[in-house]
Write a protein that binds this ligand. Structure first.
Ligand code: ADP
Ligand code: MG
Length: 591
């Protein structure tokens, strides 16, 4: 380990030299209370900035052990400190001057979600902070005085004000940890209470705009219908009331523009924890929930979609279905089967983004086009089996089709942004309506219902899904993409949350609505590379791959994707659902 004085001497030696002389600075330096590590030095002042890290020992950082004794609290602490450092760094950025990115000081920008990031890691109380700095130059000539100012004045000030417990606003941090404990309490109690989601009264669900995740101002606050209201006794906030959405099948209906999609979006984001002031802090959804939608054009590799699609006119095998360009319905079927494979126990669907022929077929159509002529068994016929046989719940927004009344356990009408429980009224109406139709058209083809209870739930019609959810093949064991293994300079890039590229191959992510952060996309690129190079062997199935990765990331973090020392500072952890979805969208997947 070098001393800080050594760094100062080196800086003075290379002043006014050509930019590459900066490379000599790589190394570790003891700065009083912390170690500064210069991990990567940029090639010129216009290239992507240099990567640095700061390590503060536990004894010096001094954060209470109770703030990092569970993964969730540790991630909250990390998130809080990243934001703090980010705020000070923004003030110190470009204080040192020069050409190109000279003087830049930056760390990951955290959004509304609390995510695990490589930017800052608390490990046994020690802190590692990773950030970027633009080493100053005039033209391409080193300006070492300015870097000296950055590393000896600006940075120490930012570090001091954000990574030492005695120096920060302790009350703010305490509140963030308390919120995290409350959120985890709700998460842990969902299952026990047989719920798949909880929305606290007073939550603000709509966002400011299509491009801002900030809460909408003057929005109608959420209020649970009485029949669905439950009380949770949170460890810090105490008693909180709100709507508990029971496991099973829940339907949101209501006129256009009454807030249906908004509530569903809040639920799909509820797989993450949100920061205080977001409005969705106490909107908590089953963390495995998957937003299911149509995705025309996606590639599908060897997915068993036969529970939904069979007997295609071209006799294509739907138990091992592959296509470069899926249709609306086949893409949605594949998305669903992959979600089941990834272990999701809650499926969220908005009719706005679904393929109609995947979702429903009305009775009249079923009479005219007989089952033998129609390859699609619609979702409505499978949704009950999915719950009864696989334990997978659904929350469905369907404002235009009353057919779902038959299969739903809970029916909620959104009326001017306020939810109303209309389960009984809708069920009764459905029964009367169905009776009328039966008189007119005679009985529909009746499935062989296995138990009378289930027949009772949707008993007014025989045409909706009393069948057992068919067995399907979950064991898909991809082999590696050999070309990628041979490539010794794999380049990766992420374009927001909409796309990533690996060795010039693009992977579309834009329809993975629960991918929230560009750093998650970048992490997906690294994970895809890691999976392709180190994990796929034609024997492990994707489910196992997902579990192995989870275990690795839980234990050793995203850092474990890297050979020693070369960790990217700009990755955020995606969920297993998005990881598997990304692998599944890689067009060179080989199964
Ligand atoms: P739907 O899906 O029923 O057609 P949306 O969820 O798209 O309706 O909502 C329609 C509009 O109302 C959106 O612009 C949304 O931002 C706004 N909105 C939703 N919920 C609220 C609320 N609680 N308070 C105020 N505005 C809301
Ligand atoms: Mg809508």
């Amino acid at each position: 380990m070098n001393t800080a004085t050594e760094l100062r001497n080196r800086l003075r030696n290379i002043d006014h030299k050509g930019y590459p002389a900066y490379k000599d600075l790589k190394g570790q330096y003891q700065f009083g209370d912390y170690v500064l590590s210069i991990d990567y030095v940029q090639g010129d002042p216009f290239a992507s900035p240099s990567r640095l890290s700061v390590r503060v020992e536990k004894s010096k950082a001094g954060f209470p052990a109770a703030y990092y004794d569970t993964p969730a609290k540790r991630i909250t602490l990390q998130d809080h400190l990243t934001r703090l450092f980010g705020r000070w760094a923004a003030g110190g950025s470009f204080q040192a001057k020069g050409s190109g990115k000279s003087g830049l000081l930056s760390v990951s920008r955290c959004g509304q979600q609390v995510l695990e990031r490589t930017a800052l890691r608390v490990k046994d109380g020690n802190i590692i902070l990773r950030f970027e700095a633009g080493f100053p130059a005039n033209g391409r000539t080193i300006n070492a005085r300015e870097l000296e100012k950055m590393l000896f004045e600006i940075l120490p000030d930012c570090v001091r004000k954000s990574l030492y417990y005695v120096k920060i606003d302790q009350e703010k941090l305490r509140k963030a940890i308390c919120l995290c404990e409350d959120q985890q309490y709700i998460r842990e109690h969902l299952k026990e209470r047989k719920l798949c989601a909880f929305i606290a009264d007073g939550s603000i669900l709509p966002r400011e705009s299509g491009v801002s995740e900030k809460p909408m101002k003057n929005a109608v606050a959420f209020r649970s219908p009485e029949s669905l209201q439950i009380t949770m006794k949170l460890p810090n906030r105490g008693e909180v009331t709100g709507m508990g959405i029971p496991m099973g099948i829940t339907l949101f209906v209501g006129g256009g523009y009454h807030g249906k999609s908004t509530i569903l979006q809040a639920l799909q984001n509820g797989v993450y924890d949100h920061i205080a002031g977001d409005g969705r802090e106490l909107v908590i959804t089953d963390a495995s929930a998957f937003k299911l939608r149509a995705e025309d054009g996606r590639s599908v590799t060897g997915v068993d979609i036969s529970p939904f699609i069979k007997n295609l006119p071209n006799r294509k095998d739907t138990t091992h279905f592959s296509t470069e360009d899926a249709s609306g319905s086949t893409s949605q079927a594949a998305n669903l089967m992959e979600a089941l494979e990834s272990g999701s126990s809650l499926i969220l669907i908005d009719e706005d983004t679904s393929a109609t022929n995947f979702m429903v077929r009305d009775g009249l159509m079923a009479q005219v086009i007989t089952p033998g002529e129609e390859p699609i068994t619609p979702f409505i016929s499978r949704v009950r089996g999915m719950y009864e046989d696989l334990g997978v719940s659904s929350i469905i927004v369907a404002g235009s089709s009353g057919s779902f009344f038959h299969v739903a356990d809970t029916i909620i009408q959104m009326k001017e942004y306020v939810p109303i429980d209309i389960t009984r009224k809708a069920k009764e109406a459905a029964e009367v309506y169905e009776g009328g139709h039966r008189e007119k058209y005679g009985q529909y083809a009746v499935d062989d219902s296995r138990d009378t209870d289930r027949a009772g739930v949707a008993g007014m019609t025989g045409s909706y899904g009393m069948e057992v959810f068919p067995a399907f093949n979950r064991k898909r064991c991809p082999g590696p993409d050999i070309a990628l293994r041979k490539d010794d300079r794999i380049k990766m890039k992420a374009m927001g949350t909409s796309e990533l590229s690996i060795s010039k191959e693009n992977v579309e992510l834009r329809y993975l609505e629960q991918l929230k952060d560009q750093e998650q996309s970048m992490a997906l690129a690294y994970i895809l590379k890691y999976v392709q190079l180190k994990m796929l062997d034609g024997r492990k199935d994707l489910c196992q791959i997902g579990d192995l990765l989870e275990e690795q990331l839980d234990g050793s973090g995203l850092e474990s994707l890297f050979e020693r020392g070369d960790v990217s500072a700009q990755l955020a952890r995606p969920r297993k659902q998005e990881i598997l979805a990304c692998i599944n969208r890689y067009r060179k997947l080989k199964i």
